[in-house]
Design a protein around this ligand. Structure first.
Ligand code: NAD
Ligand code: DAU
Length: 391
């Protein structure tokens, strides 16, 4: 951290000017916006391009709240972004906007470089010039919080310790590389220009409003329709799952008390193989939809061709965040997953609204070429048990 920044100390956020959120109509962003506005936390401006992953319906319940402003636009639009800083004079930026799906990055990486790298650069430049224009307390309290991923650290073997903040970057997918690039830009803007930024690297999130292209909501949506549950490779890849509400509470803690120029890893200590996750989802559906014609839902599992360059295992060491900022997750994987499955069962209209023509095209593009000619339904229980050894 540069000397210029050291004097800032930790500043408790005040409530008189808004925060600027990017990508607030996506999965984590909309959970963050809803949680923020549910509390007495001041105003919020949400800049979102509304790509396929952004859904204003997620925020319908707050659209008329006077503390909430929605701006439909692109973080790559430097004129718009500069105007937003000038008009709203935010006390902080929480930067979620990104292309976020690894499989899409493998098939079409261009948008990932555009939004995740160019977009972050544009935002950093605007934030820098805004921060430089501030004075006194306004300048001291300004923060730029960059929301990033554990995928920048690459992959772990079963015996490796979890990722910590000093783990060297080794991104393996176009998505991870674009996020790593954005993290490096943020670091450089802190050290070179004194931008008061903080980076968080979080593990796999799950919960309400997650687009059904990601593992958990895809499995729920497919199982409810009796469609195949596509498990990549042997299904023994391990992810470290965090309920989205625990991610948003961690971000608020970092925003209020995090140290400038630092990185904080965020994770729930819930390592599970993909087969374990799919099995738990299926068992919850068996219980919660007892009349389903597709019970036991586990029979729908179908092994398909693996994701190219598939990272084997992620795990997060969140001790820095817990020790410095006193953050703890509220949900275990069992309680969080139950809440999540219940939410999807109660919100089938939401799922129907996002699984439109474009979604069907994506499913065709990602899964049709993947299916081995003679893919069969399999008994997974033995493989799930074997997967436990992967941790
Ligand atoms: P998401 O794909 O659900 O949502 C992304 C949002 O960004 C959408 O609302 C989209 O419309 C918006 N967006 C995309 N391009 C934009 C642009 N050029 N300008 C303005 N808005 C744009 O993503 P998510 O899962 O909610 O992830 C949010 C952030 O958290 C991302 O930066 C991601 O890398 C990071 N992250 C995600 C996870 C996870 O498990 N989902 C874990 C760790 C970190
Ligand atoms: O680790 C954090 C990252 O988690 C975030 O940065 C990303 O934005 C987010 O998408 C997520 O990346 P993953 O690639 O881990 O998530 P996904 O849900 O796509 O896949 C989770 C695991 O499930 C992974 O090992 C691939 C596997 N999978 C996924 C899909 C969509 C399957 O086996 N079948 C599938 O159909």
């Amino acid at each position: 951290m540069s000397d210029r920044l050291r004097d800032y100390g930790t500043i408790r956020a005040t409530q008189d000017s808004p925060i600027l959120v990017t990508g607030g109509a996506g999965f984590i962003g909309s959970n963050f916006v809803l949680d923020w506005l549910a509390g007495d936390r001041g105003a919020l401006v949400n800049l979102d391009k509304l790509t396929y992953a952004g859904n204003p319906a997620n925020l319908a319940s707050v659209q008329n709240i006077h503390r909430y402003t929605f701006v439909h636009g692109d973080i790559c639009d430097s004129t718009l972004v500069a105007e937003l800083f000038e008009k709203h004079r935010p006390r902080a930026v929480i930067h979620f906007a990104a292309e976020s799906h690894v499989d899409r990055s493998i098939l079409r990486p261009e948008a990932f470089l555009k939004t995740n790298v160019d977009g972050t650069f544009t935002l950093l430049q605007a934030a820098r010039s805004y921060h430089d224009s501030l004075a006194g307390e306004e300048q001291k309290r300004f923060r730029f919080l960059h929301v990033s991923t554990d995928e920048v650290y690459g992959t772990l073997s079963p015996e490796d310790p979890a990722f910590h903040e000093e783990t060297p970057y080794a991104p393996n997918s176009p998505y991870a590389a674009s996020k790593a690039a954005s993290d490096h830009l943020v670091r450089a803007w802190v050290h070179t220009y004194g931008l008061p930024a903080i980076v968080t690297n979080c593990s796999n999130n799950y919960g309400p409003y997650q687009f059904p292209e990601k593992l958990i909501p895809l499995m729920i949506a497919n199982a409810l329709q009796g469609k195949a549950l596509p498990v990549y490779g042997d299904g023994l890849q391990v992810r470290d799952w965090l309920y989205v509400g625990d991610h948003t509470s961690a971000l608020r803690a970092v925003l209020e008390r995090g140290r400038i120029g630092e990185t904080y890893n965020i994770g729930g200590g819930n390592q599970r193989s993909n087969l374990e996750v799919v099995t738990m989802v299926c068992e919850l559906l068996d219980e919660l939809v007892p009349k389903s014609a597709f019970r036991p839902h586990l029979q729908l599992v179908k092994y398909v061709t693996d994701r190219p360059g598939h990272d084997r295992r992620y795990a997060i060491d969140a001790r820095k965040l817990e020790g410095e900022l006193g953050w703890r997750p509220n949900e275990s994987f069992e309680t969080g997953l139950r809440k999540t499955v219940e939410w999807y069962l109660e919100n089938t209209a939401w799922v129907d609204s996002v699984t439109s023509g474009a979604y069907q095209q994506w499913m065709e593009q990602n899964y049709s070429a993947r299916e081995p000619g003679n893919a069969t339904t399999v008994e997974t229980r033995g493989a799930v048990d074997a997967g436990k050894g992967a941790r």
